[in-house]
Design a protein around this ligand. Structure first.
Ligand code: GLA
Length: 726
């Protein structure tokens, strides 16, 4: 049973595939955090809420009975505000008296099978009946009558627990939520390194690792999106731990807008982790009886280092987050015209690409930006979702018919949340763009952002999209988002609700995405935000794949893919072979195969010898599809450990097949290169496809393969394929 309550000790115990999480109800009804880590069979941990001593500066309840208890030191499940718990607050509500003292105490709980969906927000789900169980704990602030329901779901097959909370105004007066962090976790030790993923456009999700130190440290976005700059992911790895060993805790927020992930190491050497909506620029008014639900946070534990943590995230997301027709269905191999043509094309140019694609064995043609309005460059037309008849002289439908007659599926690009100042839509509805009174709007890529908090705006965009998607044979939608939000404000929100803008924005976007996905259940949606600016689990609930980065240069793309793999599976990673100059088609293929594979180029410019290589690549795409999309990833040599070369490996779930890729980023002189594999069955015998030699799994993992003869050249790469013979 993954969740149990010990009546005598008043302890909740959540067990999730090799991990345990324990919560105690203190005698004063505080919810104390007792333990999170590797599985323990029993729950005799009442003592863990106590700390050695506290000085007069650690305040406490005047009626307290237990001298070893102070809210200043007790590990909590919820960090109140303005109370004797002086650490970073996880929840703060300003009440009708004007103060924000917030102090939630246990009232009741219920434990049930499955998992409820969160209103208006994406979240993980129960994949098969009984694969997860939920604990809901009702807490109340006895003074203000605010209520908080803490929700925990434990998964049977994965070492994962998801958390969310709902705040309710149980008083007769309006309150304002100032902080509603989805996760608050007081670790019993601060002896960890913090791993986060930072970046920028074209270089997303770089791995960085630093020791926790006293005080505050963390990551945030205030860009209106989860952002290229910081991913809403952080991990704690025990000091000295690494890819295969050490205790790793991963935290990820199922949210696509402003977030904060912060850690405070206090004077007791414990670490409080909070993760949720960024409280900067956030506020939410709650009228009497109203509720507010914060997004879901995912926690994964592994005693096998960062590698074990990543594999648990991958399986969890493949099974319990990604949904819809394309969750398990094989994704079509596509060609996208963006890098080949930009916006300068017409139907004949696109048809030539589609024709080459069909002849080469590609399965889908995706038409990118530039098909609508007067969009010949990025200065105009976003919002004018009407086909440009100069480019499609016989109409879009006729063009799509020609493409599908080639045996290809057809995909299309939209940027639904945007509006160009130079557009008919902006002329008609200037107030539909986000902005604040008397202040110029900042431009980003010469465009503004539509006010997705407004239903009329969403309805209009939905109708335009429905017109194009519904009246044409469209199989795939690329949903882009190419700038950050500035001057956040909606013409329709009253001043006292303007602080709700950012969260309302993303709720509006989710609502529109949900409507599109529901209206077109067969559509394959690929999310994109200038590459991977919204590469987060919130988006994955609507689109099973995300364009990983606009950077398609294999040698730098590989670093982005390594970073992304910390918590996102290969199946979601849009990765294409492009015409970028730096590497061979072999290396481009090897890197792009780590994901949802495709092409992004102008076939006219491909050299004859590369055309044949592309045909072979397509055969390999089919050969390795299941292994890459469903197998387990092992990072063998990471770019953050070795600047010269890197290697990664996919192993099938039953350990009968493995595909390893090695890439020399920069040539180095005179080094040995024994590559040790991981994740195989030591007792199985594997055949190395290249030479037919047989090796035991134990040999391949302990001694490795000697790659002394491999060409030592910048950008050289190769794949090594092993299949179990017995
Ligand atoms: C973004 C995307 C690209 C392409 C362009 C089109 O940058 O990441 O793939 O779709 O927009 O404008």
């Amino acid at each position: 049973m993954p969740i149990a309550f010990d009546e005598r000790r008043k302890i909740f115990k959540l067990d999730a595939a090799g991990s345990s999480y324990l919560i105690g109800i203190h005698e004063d009804r505080y919810l104390a955090h007792l333990y999170y880590g590797a599985y323990i069979p029993d729950d005799n941990l009442t003592d863990f809420a106590r700390r050695r001593e506290y000085a007069s500066f650690s305040a406490s309840d005047p009626e307290r009975k237990d001298p070893s208890f102070s809210p200043d030191t007790c590990p909590f499940e919820i960090g109140g505000s303005g109370t004797a718990d002086m650490r970073i607050a996880s929840v703060a509500i300003r009440n009708a008296d004007g103060n924000d003292v917030t102090d939630f105490r246990y009232v009741s709980h219920r434990i049930f099978d499955g998992k409820p969906a969160l209103p208006g927000l994406p979240s993980l789900y129960e994949e098969t009946p009984g694969d997860c169980r939920t604990l809901e704990i009702l807490t109340r602030d006895d003074t203000t009558h605010a209520e908080c329901v803490l929700r925990y779901t434990a998964y049977e097959k994965y070492p994962a627990i998801t958390r969310s909370l709902t705040l309710k105004n149980g008083s007769g007066k309006t309150m304002e939520i100032e902080r509603a962090m989805s996760l608050c976790l007081d670790m019993n030790s601060a002896d960890f390194d913090l791993v986060t993923l930072y970046g920028r456009h074209n270089q997303e999700r770089n791995f960085t690792r630093r020791p926790l130190s006293h005080g505050l440290q963390g990551i945030a976005s205030r860009r209106g999106s989860s952002s290229h700059q910081q991913n809403p992911f952080l991990a704690l790895i025990s000091r000295g731990g690494g890819e295969d060993h050490g205790e790793a805790y991963g935290f990820n927020l199922v949210y696509s807008a402003n977030f904060l992930g912060e850690i405070e190491v206090d004077y007791n050497e414990s670490a409080r982790v909070i993760l949720g909506i960024n409280p900067d620029d956030f506020g939410w008014r709650l009228a009497p009886g109203e509720e507010f639900t914060a997004p879901e946070a995912v926690m994964v534990f592994s005693a096998e280092g960062l590698g074990g943590m990543s594999r648990a995230f991958h399986r969890l997301y493949n099974h319990n987050l990604i949904r819809g027709a394309w969750k398990t269905k094989k994704r079509p191999l596509l060609v996208n015209n963006w890098e080949g043509t930009g916006m300068r094309f017409d139907d004949e140019k696109l048809y030539a690409i589609a024709k080459w694609a069909a002849e080469t064995g590609i399965e889908m043609f995706v038409m990118d930006d530039g098909w609508f309005g007067r969009r010949d460059d990025d200065t105009s037309s976003l919002g004018d979702w009407f086909v440009d008849e100069k480019k499609f002289r016989h109409g879009l439908g006729a063009f799509i018919d020609r493409v599908t007659a080639l045996g290809l599926k057809f995909g299309i690009w939209f940027e639904p949340e945007m509006i160009s100042p130079d557009s008919d839509l902006f002329l008609a509805h200037p107030d539909w763009a986000i902005g604040v009174p008397d202040r110029k709007r900042s431009e980003g890529r010469q465009q503004y952002v539509l006010d997705m908090t407004r239903k009329d705006v969403r309805d209009y965009i939905f109708e335009r999209m429905k017109d194009i998607l519904g009246n044409n044979d469209v199989s795939y939608l690329k949903w882009d988002f190419n700038r950050n939000v500035t001057e956040p404000g909606s013409a329709l929100l009253p001043p006292e609700k303007q602080k709700e803008f950012y969260h309302r924005y993303i709720l509006g976007t989710y609502e529109l995405m949900g409507r599109i996905v529901d209206a077109f259940p067969g559509l394959l949606v690929e999310n994109c935000s200038g590459g991977g600016g919204r590469y987060d689990p919130g988006m994955l609930a609507f689109s099973p794949q995300i364009w990983c980065s606009d950077n398609t240069d294999a040698l730098s793309r590989v670093d982005i893919q390594f970073g992304s793999s910390l918590c996102y599976p290969a199946s979601v990673q849009g990765a294409h072979v492009s015409a970028s100059r730096r590497s061979s088609y072999e290396t481009k293929r090897n890197v792009a195969m780590w994901g949802s594979f495709g092409y992004e180029l102008d076939p006219e410019k491909i050299r004859e010898e590369d055309r044949a290589a592309i045909r072979e690549q397509i055969a390999d795409y089919h050969k390795y599809y299941d292994l890459i999309h469903r197998g387990d990833l092992y990072r063998l040599i990471c770019p953050w450990d070795d600047p010269y070369k890197c290697a990664w490996e996919f192993v099938s779930e039953d350990k009968t097949e493995a595909l390893t890729t090695v890439l020399v980023k920069f040539r180095t002189e005179g080094r040995n290169f024994f590559l040790r594999l991981k994740g195989l069955d030591p007792d199985k015998t594997y055949v190395f496809e290249e030479n037919g030699e047989e090796y035991s799994g134990a040999l391949l993992m302990n001694a490795g393969i000697n790659l002394f003869g491999m060409p030592n050249e910048d950008g050289y790469s190769k794949t090594l394929h092993f299949t179990a013979s017995r």
